[in-house]
Design a protein around this ligand. Structure first.
Ligand code: SF4
Ligand code: SF4
Length: 295
């Protein structure tokens, strides 16, 4: 009853998949720890912190009983400048940064939980807590993890944001089944990764991943790797674009021209992109990346 009421409310707010899981050590936690020992995480050192919290989500909220995983869609069309230079789809530069938007929606859901279970407490996570979100999404049965490491929601694909609500309310939780992987013999994402960063199924080398290098990394991008950026100057969607579970979408011109971006001051940038996901990379990185693209 509670679950159904919650699902309906989340559906009204635009979430496309909703599931519930137990607060326990997430599946693939050992794989994650092993992977962390092997790879260079560079400017994502935060991944190495709070391993104890990642292993036991009950440390994130006292009295935690249920983890709710939710998926919220973003468009299959890629934002583009008039010349055809693009940014990753999830950046949705015409909208407020998705962290803020989804937190706002999450707050409404927390309010609904409180109305249903008055003495409950809830916490929203939108990339804001050390939690293996794809593992919990899998445990909540809202999708499967593809060989490209993305959560794939059946009927929708991987073009979606993930949100978790941790709550002390006890919702009913289905018993965990053996996770199903629907990739089958497909290896499109691995074969198409322009830098070879996707070294093997589920195994990403961040130090070669264009998504990391163009958004997170403060360092210069070496010319050899930059030659694989295609026409994208923020992120990289190749391992999702080739996935047969994703819809194809034509680029949509929703960005200023390359020259306009290159001539922006910090004030211009803050006015145009400050509240969007592009704002998180900052002007210096966007200019650095744009200058690396072929004219
Ligand atoms: S985001 Fe791009 S570079 Fe990174 S693994 Fe996917 S295809 Fe490779
Ligand atoms: S491209 Fe193929 S192997 Fe990669 S995630 Fe999609 S279905 Fe799985």
């Amino acid at each position: 009853m509670l679950n159904q009421a919650f699902r309906e409310r989340a559906g009204e707010l635009g979430f496309i998949a909703i599931g519930f899981s137990e607060p326990r050590t997430p599946v693939y936690f050992d794989f994650f720890v092993h992977w962390l020992r092997e790879v260079e995480v560079g400017d994502m050192a935060y991944l190495r912190r709070n391993i104890d919290l990642r292993s036991d989500p009950r440390r994130l909220l006292e009295g935690l009983k249920t983890i709710i995983s939710l998926a919220y869609p973003y468009p299959a069309s890629k934002p583009s400048t008039p010349e055809g230079y693009t940014v990753s789809r999830y950046s949705t530069p015409q909208q407020q940064d998705y962290h803020r938007r989804l937190r706002g929606l999450g707050k409404q859901l927390c309010k609904s939980i409180q109305e249903m279970v008055p003495d409950s407490r809830s916490r929203i996570c939108v990339d804001s807590a050390p939690i293996l979100e794809r593992s919990f999404a899998l445990m909540a049965a809202i999708g499967f993890i593809g060989k490209n490491n993305m959560l794939i929601v059946p009927g929708h694909g991987s073009y979606c944001f993930l949100v978790e609500i941790l709550t002390t309310a006890q919702l009913s939780i289905a018993s965990l089944k053996e996770p199903e992987n629907r990739c089958g013999s497909c290896t499109e994402c691995i074969d198409s990764c322009p830098t070879g960063a996707l070294k093997a199924p589920f195994y990403l080398d961040p130090s070669n991943c264009l998504s990391y290098l163009t958004i997170e990394s403060e360092d210069d991008i070496n010319k050899g790797i930059a030659g694989n950026m295609g026409n994208t100057f923020f992120g990289c969607d190749v391992c999702q674009e080739v996935c047969p579970f994703n819809r194809k979408g034509l680029p949509v011109v929703s960005l200023p021209s390359k020259d306009s971006i290159l001539s922006m001051t910090e004030i211009d940038f803050n006015t145009t992109f400050g509240k969007t996901a592009l704002g998180r990379a900052g002007l210096r990185k966007l200019k650095r990346n744009l200058r690396l693209l072929r004219p």
